[in-house]
Write a protein that binds this ligand. Structure first.
Ligand code: F6R
Length: 600
């Protein structure tokens, strides 16, 4: 969480920093700030709220060709002006922005900084005060910075300005993402290439525990032992228009609409010259040889993993466990003899998943990351990567990345089944094409979805999603979408579980959304709908063509039963969207959340 930018060059930095922060707002949006440096010194502007609020307090008359900026997702200390970054040392010589969490900040404060006066509740302020302390003790800035870094436990991406060193931005990274953008006559710093595509598409990756001295015409990367590291820049394959909303009112709606195109792109990306589905031989081999697969993920990606388990077990016949990453590290299950780990992560930066990756790599196990972001931390650190090809997902609520994950998992399962000479009674290319067409129908059914949202979600405080088999997993995702953007208390349940406790919550008018796309359990889920209706619930049945009944609220086009989650989730995404819209919620930036969860 939190986004960082920096610029050092010949142009005025303020607008470049502000535009960069706007592109990083998905990483946190409770407060923001910039610090700009010129011959007269360093000026800090910061404000609680969004980048738009920050713009109101920035004095555009201050010209400065060096600057750093930050958009915050609060960890230590409430969102406020004082806790907003940048933070300054007592004398004002050093100014710092930070993304990450310093676990030992309280110890460091006690041991080294008992005399310092703190202005914020943040862990970040400890870092900038330590740098000043070591500088006062005679170290030059680079040494003081490096020495401070050696004391920090936790995650950080840092950019530092020194009033007495006007030609440099000092940068460091450990566990939090950070890139250096390279230009002619300027260099930039950014948590994500998207932020600086406005000025360059050339970026340098940084590794953990590296520090960088960035000047207008030079980038020097060093290890914490002071050894210089040489690395060539790469070209960010991002199209600036991919990260614009265009005529859409919200990124979420745009991304929902993009799903049919994403399906077609995935089919294309994973086809070989003979028109057959294919993935890297080494990945097929690694998956085939595993005696058990562990899918590790969080949130929406975890929900995609639950569906992936069905694909892999049904098609490739390899047992699969799906784990929530944040639980796995502390509560590691008894592992099989030859496990393979699959990390599912849209961003490829999720700290909880990364903690598991680090732990299983230490045990010597192999890992495959399935991500939307090439070059992301989870991709770099795993043995193999499969890309989602969904294009940048900006809305905090994940939509197209979820369906892309499900589709790529289906392809993986299918290819591995072929690799293992197993017969799969499914022409996946054809069926995914049918899915793309069905998605098209659903994204065109916005009016109906808006009506459902109005009818069921306008006044309710809670809502249940029920389903069986695949529909249960999609219900979990439907509930997450609804709660995270509309703030309606929503829960997904296996239809059969309701009567074991939850049915007690059903009151007159409680909306219960039921999904019926699976022939084998159609009668059972219908029975559950009757049970809740008999207790006053307001049921909303969404069924698949061929299984529909008279009172069903919406019938989705028929697709292969195994692939139904790819289409049945779309109405849920749209219902959540319209429910949030009608409640005047900030659809793309729901409260308390951030897109890329880079703290554990
Ligand atoms: C919800 C949502 C989150 C993410 C989760 C994992 O809409 O987007 O639940 O799925 O934070 O993020 P990634 O996939 O980036 O690891």
């Amino acid at each position: 969480m939190c986004g960082i930018v920096g610029y050092i060059g010949l142009e005025d930095s303020k607008e470049i920093l502000l535009k960069g922060l706007e592109k990083l707002e998905y990483r946190g949006y409770d407060s923001a700030g910039i610090a700009v440096q010129n011959k007269e010194g360093i000026t800090v502007f910061k404000e609680k709220g969004r980048i738009a609020d920050l713009r109101n307090v920035v004095n555009m008359d201050v010209m400065a060709t060096t600057g750093i900026g930050h958009t915050r997702w609060a960890t230590h200390g409430v969102p406020s002006h004082d806790n907003a970054h940048p933070h300054q040392s007592t004398s004002g010589r050093f100014t710092l922005v930070h993304n990450g969490v310093i676990e030992n900040y309280a110890i460091l404060k006690r041991e080294y900084l008992s005399d310092a006066v703190f202005k914020s509740e943040t862990d970040t302020e400890v870092i900038v005060q330590l740098i000043e302390k070591f500088s006062n003790e005679g170290m030059d800035t680079e040494e003081a910075f490096r020495h401070t870094l050696t004391l920090l436990k936790g995650s950080y991406a840092l950019s530092l300005l020194d009033k007495e060193n006007t030609e440099v931005i000092f940068v460091a990274k450990n566990k939090s993402p950070l890139l250096i953008g390279v230009g002619s006559d300027f260099n930039v710093v950014a948590s994500d290439a998207m932020a600086m595509l406005q000025v360059t598409d050339q970026f340098l990756e940084l590794m953990d525990k590296e520090m960088v001295i960035v000047t207008q015409d030079k980038v020097t990367i060093k290890t914490l032992d002071g050894e210089e590291v040489f690395r060539a820049p790469y070209t960010a394959e991002l199209d600036a228009s991919d990260i614009e909303k265009g005529t859409y009112p919200h990124y979420m709606l745009k991304e929902i609409d993009e799903q049919p195109a994403v399906m077609r792109k995935i089919i294309q990306a994973y086809q070989n010259e003979e028109g057959k589905l294919a993935i890297d031989f080494n990945i097929s081999e690694a998956v085939s040889e595993a005696d058990r697969i562990y899918i590790v993920a969080c949130g929406t990606s975890y929900h995609a993993g639950l569906i992936g388990k069905q694909f892999i077990e049904k098609m490739a016949k390899i047992p699969v466990e799906v784990h929530v990453a944040s639980e796995f590290t502390y509560n590691m299950p008894l592992l099989s003899e030859k496990p393979l780990f699959i990390f599912l992560s849209q961003s490829g930066e999720t700290a909880d998943s990364r903690a598991v990756l680090v732990a299983v790599k230490e045990l010597g196990h192999k890992a495959l990351t399935i991500t939307n972001v090439p070059g992301s931390t989870l991709s770099r650190e795993a043995d193999h990567t499969l890309l989602l090809h969904a294009g940048p997902e900006i809305a905090v609520a994940s939509t197209k990345a979820y369906t892309a994950q499900v589709a790529v998992l289906a392809i993986l399962a299918n290819v591995v089944a072929n690799f293992r000479n197993l017969t799969v009674d499914l022409d996946l290319i054809k069926e995914l094409g049918i899915v793309a067409n069905a998605m098209e129908t659903l994204v065109d059914a916005k009016e109906e979805m808006e009506e459902i949202a109005t009818e069921y979600m306008s006044v309710t405080r809670n809502c249940f999603f029920i389903g069986r088999s695949m529909d249960y997993y999609v219900g979990l995702e439907g509930a997450l979408k609804l709660k995270e953007i509309s703030y309606i208390q929503a829960e997904g349940f296996a239809g059969g579980e309701l009567k074991h406790g939850t049915i007690a919550l059903i009151e007159e008018g409680t909306p219960v959304v039921a999904l019926a796309t699976q022939e084998g359990v159609n009668l059972s889920i219908r029975g559950n709908v009757k049970e809740v209706a008999a207790r006053g619930a307001h049921p909303c049945v969404i069924s698949m063509k061929g299984l529909e009944e008279e009172d069903d609220r919406y019938v989705i086009p028929a697709v292969h039963e195994l692939l139904s989650p790819l289409v049945s989730v779309v109405p849920f995404q749209l219902i959540a969207y319209y429910a949030a819209l009608h409640r005047d919620c900030d659809v793309d930036k729901p409260r308390n959340l951030a897109k890329s969860v880079t703290v554990e």
